[in-house]
Design a binder for this molecule. Structure first.
Ligand code: RIB
Ligand code: CA
Length: 303
């Protein structure tokens, strides 16, 4: 399965990229980066650092710095750390970004791999909205769009109503959901069930001394946030769960509904079922133990 991950690495993004590298189902075509957990230049630097660490020579196409119609963004430093990798602050610039901006890269790859490309968006949907604006055929060229985002039948995480990726660019999300490709939404409804605990990270580090230890080390900051803010003993495998949903949809229960996104006011970023909207598939339950096991076994196969 040809895959591009649109990402804002970000600790759980790093876990998802490692999983995609280890999972034999995927032919990872490249990464596109977006603001979100980080500033977009940090996302791109972190993405190139991760691919180098994984031994992958793949394109990283840099995307949006800000949400649609905005010229500022405040990264989630309190969740992912000042440089996006928890306490790790010295992250080298390795290689350089692809010549094309993310939206153009996504459009070109969707045309080149017409009907075969899955895009997994695990950050704000700005690049996806821009690709749809750039090429009216982009949505139809995709095999599937799998989104980590939304909180449809559960509370949000960045506000009580909204999940962070949708909240960070509600206008982009509203545009995407108004004329969606073949889309699966992997929201907090399932990703707060797939928690990864300290003991899981330690076991992973034992089995994968390089990548597993790296993910354990950068996740300490993330685990502390979940403990302090949510009283949780683990962190959400948000982005890895979405990548797993690209290839293992039988592990999820889904409902079909249209979605509308609230784009202003106190409920900004809320994802609301709307029968008037084109149908997408919303994950509402998951084999959480199976996802955690699959993640661990695949990433543990890395050096
Ligand atoms: O709400 C969780 C999502 O927001 C994840 O993609 C995480 O990386 C952040 O981007
Ligand atoms: Ca993310």
């Amino acid at each position: 399965m040809k895959l591009i991950i649109d990402t804002d690495p970000g600790i759980d993004d790093a876990m998802a990229i490692a999983y995609a590298a280890a999972a034999s189902e995927f032919n990872l075509i490249g990464l596109t980066t977006v603001f979100g957990n980080t500033h977009v230049h940090q996302s791109s630097r972190n993405a190139r650092f991760l691919l180098d660490k994984l031994g992958l020579d793949l394109p990283v196409a840099e995307g949006a710095s800000y949400p649609l119609g905005a010229d500022t963004h405040a990264p989630s430093e309190h969740v992912h750390g000042p440089e996006g990798f928890g306490d790790l602050t010295e992250i080298p610039e390795i290689g350089q970004n692809h010549a094309l901006p993310a939206a153009e890269f996504l459009v070109e790859m969707a045309r080149t791999h017409k009907g075969e490309l899955v895009v997994c968006a695990v950050g704000p949907l700005t690049n996806i909205a821009n690709a749809m604006r750039l090429d009216p055929e982009f949505a139809d060229n995709l095999r599937q769009l799998v989104i980590m985002g939304g909180a449809v039948y559960c509370p949000g995480n960045i506000t009580q109503h909204a999940e962070a990726n949708i909240y960070h660019d509600a206008l982009a999300a509203e545009e995407v959901f108004s004329t969606p490709p073949n889309t699966v939404l992997v929201g907090l409804d399932v990703t707060l069930k797939t928690l990864y605990e300290t003991a899981d990270f330690e076991a992973l580090a034992q089995r994968s001394p390089d990548m597993g230890s790296f993910l354990r080390d950068i996740s300490r900051f993330y685990l502390k946030f979940y403990k302090e803010i949510g009283g949780l003993e683990g962190c959400g495998l948000h982005d890895s769960t979405a990548v797993i949903a690209c290839s293992h949809q039988a592990m999820f229960n889904m409902v079909e509904t249209g979605l509308r996104v609230v784009t202003d006011g106190d409920m900004m970023g809320a994802t609301q079922p709307d029968p008037e909207r084109p149908t997408i598939r919303v994950c509402c339950d998951v084999d959480e133990a199976g996802v955690v096991r699959l993640f661990t076994d695949r990433v543990a196969s890395l050096p």
